[in-house]
Design a protein around this ligand. Structure first.
Ligand code: AVJ
Length: 323
């Protein structure tokens, strides 16, 4: 099976269009999916390794200690299935589940989907070495487009993994639309395993997005640098400052880049963007949920909550929903 790779040129046209639309909008904003170029993937790896970013360890705790229970939920129906992972990343967490499913001699295809072509080629190279019996096909592109592609390749029942709190990059209304649209693509009996970061001590959440070493700051600034690299921009990074905040009432953790002075930034030969002093660019939301918020989201999208898997600190939940 070969990797499906969307053309780099179309990606660039889309990146330019989205960047200009975002910077010409009021207020200015970026789309978080553009964080993940090769440099961004690398910085995100450092984020996952840092002390303050508790999310990765928490979900790893679930995947490594409750693997059998998770596999049992999936294999309660005996038929072969497609395991589709949205935003697979380096798959260091899902690999535990994959290993367990293979050990149980279950019949399945693994379709990791990721927006980063770098990530998909990495998975295509490394997973077959680590898991020789795994049948897989990497899909590089947007979630829904690639999910449709997977349903064209195989018509087995679907088990969708959407872990890592990736849903947090949508606000609550967007998440509801997303879950509804996802449900429409699935059939009776299909399973969704979806990871949420839970509402908790506000200071702990804020520190995860405002770390002492400034790694999250570089993660955000890298997107401006990516515009410089790929779209011939001339952002001066020292003129922008990282600002993160968390609102315990709504559960929204948001990050911004603040323009430190009145300035103009060129993108390519013909586009100039004006920044007022203290004007912000909204970079990313990392939405946090309560258990009640999660059940409401499931109900509103037409999923039935089946089981919640928690880490030992109850920081994080991988929820199992059924169509
Ligand atoms: C990949 C969306 C889960 O929001 O926690 C981490 C991305 N951004 N630090 C998150 C991120 C800054 C991350 N997700």
């Amino acid at each position: 099976m070969n990797t499906v790779t969307t053309e780099t040129t179309t990606n660039k046209v889309q990146f330019l269009a989205d960047t200009l639309a975002g910077l010409q909008a009021e207020p200015k904003r970026m789309h978080s999916k553009y964080f993940y170029d090769e440099v961004g993937d690398h910085i995100f790896q450092q984020i996952m390794d840092m002390e303050e970013y508790y999310l990765t360890d928490a979900e790893m705790d679930i995947l490594s200690h409750q693997t059998e229970e998770l596999a049992n939920v999936i294999s309660a129906q005996e038929s072969p299935f497609d395991l589709i992972e949205l935003g697979a990343g380096d798959a260091t967490k899902s690999i535990h589940l994959l290993q367990e499913l293979l050990d149980k001699k279950l019949e399945f295809y693994y379709f990791p989907i990721d927006i980063s072509d770098h990530v998909i080629s990495y998975l295509e190279e490394t997973l077959p070495e680590k898991l020789p019996n795994l049948q897989m096909k990497g899909l590089n592109g947007d979630y829904f487009e690639m999910l449709k592609r997977a349903t064209e390749i195989s018509d087995r029942r679907k088990v969708v993994l959407f872990m890592g709190a990736n849903i947090g990059n949508m606000n609550v209304a967007e998440a509801a639309d997303f879950c509804k649209a996802l449900k429409e693509l699935l059939s009776n009996g299909d399973i969704l395993i979806i990871g949420f970061d839970l509402k908790k001590n506000p200071q702990q959440i804020l520190s995860a997005y405002n770390d002492s070493q400034g790694i999250t700051r570089s993660f955000n600034l890298n997107l401006l640098q990516r515009i410089n690299r790929e779209l011939d921009g001339d952002f001066q990074l020292e003129n922008f400052e990282h600002y993160a905040n968390y609102d315990p009432e709504t559960g929204a953790c948001k990050s911004y880049l603040i323009s430190l002075k009145d300035q103009h930034v060129n993108i390519g030969d013909s586009q100039t963007i004006h920044f007022k002093e203290n004007e912000y660019i909204f970079m990313e939301i990392s939405q946090k949920y309560s258990l009640q918020d999660i059940d409401e989201l499931a109900q509103s999208a037409g999923f039935k909550p089946v089981q919640n898997f928690f880490d030992e600190n109850q920081y994080f939940v991988d929820a199992v929903w059924k169509v």
